[in-house]
Design a binder for this molecule. Structure first.
Ligand code: NAD
Length: 512
């Protein structure tokens, strides 16, 4: 299939028939296992070819090491300029890039455009950051001495990403990582390789105009979990940033830890909202619907648990069912569609299994969960988002099912609501809707939400790039994007300089 972005940028990474498995410097077709990529919209093949082999990945790591040696000596603002220009090219080709996201990940056009915008935004952020990689100056206890810290680049970084944010997650890692002086090896999800190739075509365009930047600054390798394992186990890679499911994160964490490398993990969520009696219900209902059904429930920050005050539960469920009845479900590329397809049949099956389990555990399906077969493209897996009333401690409620199922549960006291909120193993995003200042502050306090993201009168999904993004517990503990997340991509060196004529020892030690 011919996609506009590749012709607009004059890139040969895909042809009508196949794709390159290594993209960037030394681009080539793969020597590894076969891969067929199909669109979640209608199940039709988008491309097919071979993935990168172990040997090809090995050569990419070697090239990335050489690129790093050059990149680390370039002034950070020059690296910032490179990233700024990447943002400009992405801005120029925003619609064509969003088209690839819709085709390959099934996002509605608005959300696909939003994802490209997130990439552009992080370019702006990283450009500014390139002049702000500050270290501290620290008072020394020794006369004639000065202490300071510097932040240095780490090396070639591996970025392993999930299908559901096929451009933005790379951008969070790569734009910051490059500004910090690292080269990047990106292994995208095997479900969304064309998104990665389109991104690489943008990077190449800027590289053509900036010969001072080494061409292997960022390379794409198309592969599956085996490529992910290879990258995780390679000690030439000081940091592996991995985004995906909790089981994947546990494997990556163990492999990287076994060689004492660093991992940056962004894993599954099981996000909840507490709906208190004073909540502005009109606002809350809009936030619930966007957070629960946006991207067809396939966001790491999707709202999965609604912890509703008992006095509101009937009214809220009634209004939610009414809202869900009118949701436009269909081709994500059609104007007006709000709910696109699930990524594949496996995802559909997982949703059906979870709903069956919920019923077995005493849950009551208030709406949806069934497959939509009319007025949607044949071959895709379209579902009516589900609302399930269930007890908070049902086993299924404590698992992330990556599909649009909203579990509704009731509470009487705020203590109980917070306990229910925190009782799951994941800790990504959370929200409270309340007009009561004490409740809001309590939710944000150390004794409140245990998540990396805690919001008041906003839903759980749709974070801005300016804040640090990530979560606690089984979500993996990583922080990416804004605030001081850049420190993950650097190593800190503490320097002590003696400008005096003596050699005093710390702690007043006399030696000889
Ligand atoms: P996945 O875990 O199936 O795959 C993610 C990536 O990991 C893919 O590139 C895959 O090839 C690779 N991989 C799989 N097993 C591996 C292994 N053993 N070693 C190394 N790499 C391996 O996830 P998915 O289905 O693509 O994405 C959905 C999941 O991602 C959900 O759980 C969602 O919550 C999570 N997610 C989290 C965030 C976040 O920021 N916290 C963002 C997006 C998605």
């Amino acid at each position: 299939m011919t996609l506009a972005i590749f012709s607009q940028l004059g890139s040969g990474y895909t042809t009508d028939k196949t794709f390159m498995a290594v993209a960037g410097d030394g681009a080539m077709p793969g020597d590894g296992d076969p891969l067929i990529v199909s669109s979640p919209i209608d199940g039709k093949d988008l491309t097919r070819g071979k993935m990168a082999s172990e040997q090809q990945v090995n050569s990419v790591i070697l090239q990335a090491q050489h690129a790093f040696e050059r990149l680390r000596t370039l002034p950070a603002p020059v690296r910032g300029e490179f990233v700024r220009r990447i943002g400009e090219v992405a801005r120029e080709h925003k619609e064509a890039l969003a088209e690839v996201i819709s085709l390959e990940a099934g996002k509605i056009t608005q959300e696909a455009l939003g994802e490209v915008q997130e990439w552009i935004d992080i370019c702006d952020f990283a450009t500014g950051l390139s002049r702000q990689l500050y270290g501290l100056t620290i008072a020394s206890e020794r006369p004639g001495h000065r202490m300071m810290e510097q932040w240095h680049p780490l090396g070639p970084l591996a970025v392993i990403t999930a299908f559901n944010f096929p451009m933005a997650v790379w951008a969070w890692n790569a734009m910051l990582g490059i500004v910090c002086g690292n080269s990047i090896i990106w292994k995208p999800s095997e479900k969304t390789p064309l998104c990665a190739l389109a991104v690489q075509a943008v990077v190449d365009k800027v590289l053509d105009d900036m010969p001072e930047i080494p061409r292997s600054v960022s390379t794409v390798v198309i592969g599956d979990r085996d490529t992910g394992k290879q990258l995780s186990g390679d000690s030439r890679i000081p940091l592996v940033s991995a985004t995906g499911s909790i089981p994947m994160g546990k494997k990556v964490a163990q492999t990287v830890a076994a060689r004492l490398g660093r991992s940056l993990l962004e894993l599954g969520g099981n996000n909840a909202m507490i709906l208190a009696p004073s909540a502005d219900l009109d606002l809350a209902l809009r936030a619930i619907v966007f957070s629960a059904v946006g991207t067809a429930g396939q966001r790491c920050t999707t709202l999965r648990r609604l912890i509703c005050h008992r006095s509101l539960a009937d009214k809220v469920c009634h209004r939610l069912v009414k809202a869900y009845q009118t949701l436009p479900i269909g081709n994500p590329r059609d104007a007006g569609t709000l709910v696109g397809p699930l990524i594949d049949q496996q995802s559909f099956n997982a949703m059906q299994l979870a709903l069956g389990e919920a019923l077995r555990e005493g849950g009551q399906v208030l709406f949806g969960g069934d497959q939509v077969l009319h007025d949607v493209p044949a071959g895709g897996f379209y579902v009516r988002p589900a609302i399930v009333k269930i007890r908070h401690n049902a086993d299924i409620v404590h698992h992330e099912t990556f599909a649009p199922i909203l579990y509704v549960m009731e509470y009487d006291e705020m203590d109980e609501a917070i306990a229910i909120h925190n009782e799951v193993p994941q800790g990504l995003s959370s929200a409270i809707f309340t007009e009561n200042m004490r409740e809001a502050e309590r939710f944000l306090s150390p004794a409140g939400s245990d998540c990396g993201i805690a919001n008041v009168n906003i839903g759980t999904s749709g974070a801005e790039i300016g804040g640090a993004f990530g979560g606690e517990k089984e979500t993996g503990g990583g922080r990416e994007s804004g605030s001081d997340a850049w420190k993950n991509y650097m190593r800190r060196a503490t320097n002590t300089i003696n400008y005096g004529g003596e050699l005093p020892l710390a702690q007043g030690i006399e030696f000889g």
